[in-house]
Ligand binder design. Structure first.
Ligand code: SAM
Length: 279
């Protein structure tokens, strides 16, 4: 992995020029998300798993392609590396951040877990008293179940939907709940979103998401990240929802690490930890 400057970024990602010179705009809605994940990405993972009975999470990550330009604040900012190098750094970063809030014998719960590339690694690390993976797509749930078997992890699974604020399975109270690059798919979370999470009675909730409101147009990088969210119709109100929950006393925000890590340099995630003030 090596560092590059912001000025060099267009050599490593087509997105800078796309954002500046192309008139494009995508929409995120249930139909588009099902197409992207259920019919394409997680369908392909399922197919690969059916054809390769021994393949691992690392193998699937490597299939994602060659080098990528990311952003790791703790490593000096922009850097280029393989998908696997970013994956390993990402796990380290999640373990460090979530570790600050981990309490022995807690359930570990991920919402929008995909095929479990983070959840299963974190479950191996923290050894929770129960592992719960909720996901939007059927093929994601299938791949999560298959990978959990391959990793020897006993997992409770079901579907969840941030648009409908629904979930298929009952979750235990006092869980460490996290999201990772999943809330970003809902352009505007509804006002009931915080209550949806609070009803799960979390011990702590950790959102690892690109946050539109934390990208500042007073830097060139911030301005590009903001534009990237707009063009792709990613979420624009998570921070507002959390701040208003804190203002009306329902939650306490424990820590915010802004724009800290992204395997995509134009979409670094912020790490936010918060807890419920409701018994
Ligand atoms: C980029 S993947 C991240 C997967 C996993 N959280 C991780 O970090 O590896 C985005 C995930 O969010 C899920 N997702 C998208 N829209 C969702 C929604 N409305 N409700 C719940 N999950 C959603 C997708 O199905 C997909 O699995």
């Amino acid at each position: 992995m090596y560092n590059i400057s912001l000025d060099e970024l267009p050599k490593y990602t087509p997105w800078v020029n796309r954002l500046l010179f192309e008139d494009i705009h995508y929409s995120k809605n249930p139909y588009e998300i099902s197409r992207e994940y259920n019919e394409e990405k997680w369908h392909d993972v399922k197919k690969y798993l059916m054809e390769n009975s021994q393949s691992t999470l690392e193998e699937i990550i490597s299939l994602g392609g060659g080098d990528t330009a990311g952003y790791i604040a703790s490593q000096g900012g922009f850097c280029v590396g393989s998908m696997i190098e970013f994956y390993e750094k990402q796990i380290e970063k999640y373990v460090d951040f979530i570790g600050k809030y981990w309490v022995e014998d807690s359930p570990l719960i991920e919402l929008g877990a995909g095929y479990g590339s983070m959840l299963l690694k974190l479950a191996k690390h923290f050894n929770p008293c129960g592992v719960y993976g909720l996901e939007y797509t059927d093929n994601g749930v299938w791949a999560l179940s298959e990978f959990a078997k391959r990793c020897n992890i006993d997992i409770h699974m079901g579907k969840c939907d941030f648009f409908e604020l629904s979930k298929e399975i009952q979750l235990p109270a006092n869980g460490v709940i996290f999201t990772s690059y999943s809330l970003m798919y809902v352009p505007e979370l509804s006002s009931g979103f915080l209550d949806y999470i609070l009803e799960m009675k979390p011990r702590v909730c950790i959102n690892i998401e690109p946050c539109y409101e934390y990208y500042s147009t007073s830097s060139l990088h911030g301005a590009l990240c903001k534009k990237y969210v707009e063009v792709n119709d990613y979420n624009r109100n998570l921070v507002e929802i959390l701040n208003s929950g804190e203002k009306d006393g329902r939650i306490e925000i424990l820590e915010v690490e802004k724009n800290s890590f992204g395997e995509n340099a134009l979409s670094p995630a912020s790490f936010i930890a918060w807890k419920s003030n409701i018994d």
